[in-house]
Design a binder for this molecule. Structure first.
Ligand SMILES: [Zn+2]
Length: 230
């Protein structure tokens, strides 16, 4: 497939996310305690490999003009989409230097027992390797910022960062080329200021049926939210 054919329209993306329940409209109480009219949980769209593959191709296409040696993602939220973006780069302009035929590697970084983002499991980068950092959702971009630090400490050079969804309203400054498939600046409010509450409806907690700590209502990838902001 040519990269241009992987470009996804906003309507196609919204339909994919909404059909999987990964974007829901209503009145929600997020894990932060804030209220919002929209709920985002990328894991719900990425549970379908066909959708994950398509989204990875779409996100990879946004970086088709770059020479990239590796994709690095923060666990957990960035794992699947990082993998699929790296797969998507195979058919683009990529210069991975792994085993013959392997394409661009998808590496992940994760939190250690103290909550610090680290590169483990024998993953490594060579000095100057060109890295794309991939995340599922940017709210404050905290996990992506930490992943960038880990890559730089490992000797890699982050040339760009990508996400499925940017909730920052375009406010995110990461110091590298930054692109998201979907810009969704979703307002959220303290309960006392919530216009939906003022209209008389009751907020639901969409994440409450998940095991505590395994998922969070604003679609994050931080698996130790108490130790780092996003
Ligand atoms: Zn409310």
């Amino acid at each position: 497939m040519r990269l241009a054919e992987a470009m996804l329209k906003r309507e196609e993306l919204m339909a994919m996310f909404e059909s999987a329940g990964a974007i829901r409209h209503g009145h929600f109480e997020l894990s932060s305690g804030l209220h919002s009219g929209m709920y985002v949980q990328c894991a719900l769209v990425l549970q379908y490999p066909r959708f994950a593959e398509k989204l990875g191709q779409g996100l990879a296409a946004l970086f088709g003009d770059l020479e990239l040696d590796a994709v690095v993602s923060p666990a957990m939220g960035g794992l699947i989409i990082g993998h699929e973006v790296a797969r998507g780069l195979l058919e683009g302009k990529s210069y991975g230097d792994g085993p013959v035929g392997s394409g661009v590697p998808a590496i992940f970084v994760e939190r250690d027992a103290s909550g610090s983002m680290t590169m483990r499991r024998g993953f490594s980068l060579r000095p100057g390797q060109r890295v794309l950092v991939v995340e599922d959702v940017w709210t404050t971009g905290g996990s992506t910022r930490e992943a960038i630090r880990v890559v730089e400490e490992a000797g890699g050079r982050v040339v760009a960062a990508g996400a499925l969804i940017d909730r920052s309203g375009g406010a995110l400054q990461l110091g590298v080329k930054t692109k998201a498939l979907l810009d969704l600046a979703i307002p959220s409010y303290p309960a006392k200021d919530c216009p939906l509450c003022a209209d008389g409806s009751v907020a639901v907690k969409p994440g409450s049926r998940f095991v505590r700590g395994s998922a969070d209502a604003d679609g994050g990838s931080a698996n130790a939210r108490t130790t780092a902001g996003r």
